[in-house]
Write a protein that binds this ligand. Structure first.
Ligand code: GRF
Length: 219
């Protein structure tokens, strides 16, 4: 069975959605470890409750950034996963790591990429007066939040929305599209070859979308 390593830094609600999807056999894979750079991440408790091996690599315990990077690389190399899932992991991965695991690192970003790369995406979507917002699952490349997108979920921005309300609406959709993309990958339907996304062995021209509870597959 394919193995997944999940990297987190915080609440881990996406992690929980993935744990649930594995438990419900919607994802045919084993989560071999959850790694957190923060010892107090709530996601660690979620993993432990599900009986998943947890590893803490506290970035504040290293004087040099490189040392943290190396400790992380060593743990991941030891686990040798088929897929690395970033689920609210708030550290930038070094280039060498991304190159080593290229084609098998997924991330979820709370915006309709390429809009609003980086932080505070919900606030920025509100400030821009956007009427639509959402989340994107993408393969990780060396440029932040820029790798090839696999699936996007779209939500409306409502008149009285504040940042928190909008974030919650998006997060509900994240919990649907992230397990789905992971299921596609671990079942071999989704691949990245030479920076091109393939779905069912065909190069994807239009990414998958999830909107109004309706899935449109990659085309
Ligand atoms: C999510 O909004 C995700 O899109 C972003 O970080 C947040 C993680 O939330 N990358 P959680 O830890 O999964 O609850």
């Amino acid at each position: 069975m394919p193995s997944i390593v999940i990297l987190i830094s915080g609440s881990g609600s996406n992690l929980q959605a993935i744990i649930d999807a594995v438990a419900e056999k919607k994802i045919a894979a084993k989560i071999s470890a959850v790694i957190s750079n923060r010892p107090d991440a709530l996601g660690l408790q979620r993993a432990q409750s599900a009986g998943i091996n947890t590893i803490i690599i506290d970035h504040t315990e290293f004087t040099e950034r490189q040392q943290f990077d190396q400790a992380l690389a060593e743990q991941v190399a030891r686990l040798n996963p088929d897929l690395i899932v970033l689920a609210g992991f708030m550290r930038i991965l070094p280039e060498a790591f991304i190159e080593q695991y290229q084609d098998r690192i997924l991330n979820i970003h709370p915006s309709l990429l390429p809009e609003f790369k980086g932080m505070h995406t919900h606030r920025r979507a509100l400030e821009a007066g956007n009427r639509k917002h959402g989340a994107s699952v993408h393969f990780v490349s060396n440029e932040l939040d820029s790798g090839p997108v696999v699936i996007q979920a779209t939500v409306p921005v409502l008149d009285n929305d504040d940042e928190k309300m909008l974030a919650e609406r998006v997060l509900i959709q994240e919990h649907i599209i992230y397990p789905l993309a992971i299921q596609w990958f671990t079942s071999g339907r989704l691949r990245l070859i030479d920076n091109q996304v393939y779905f069912d062995n065909k190069p994807v021209k239009e990414i998958a979308t999830w909107k109004n509870d309706t899935l449109s597959l990659p085309q």
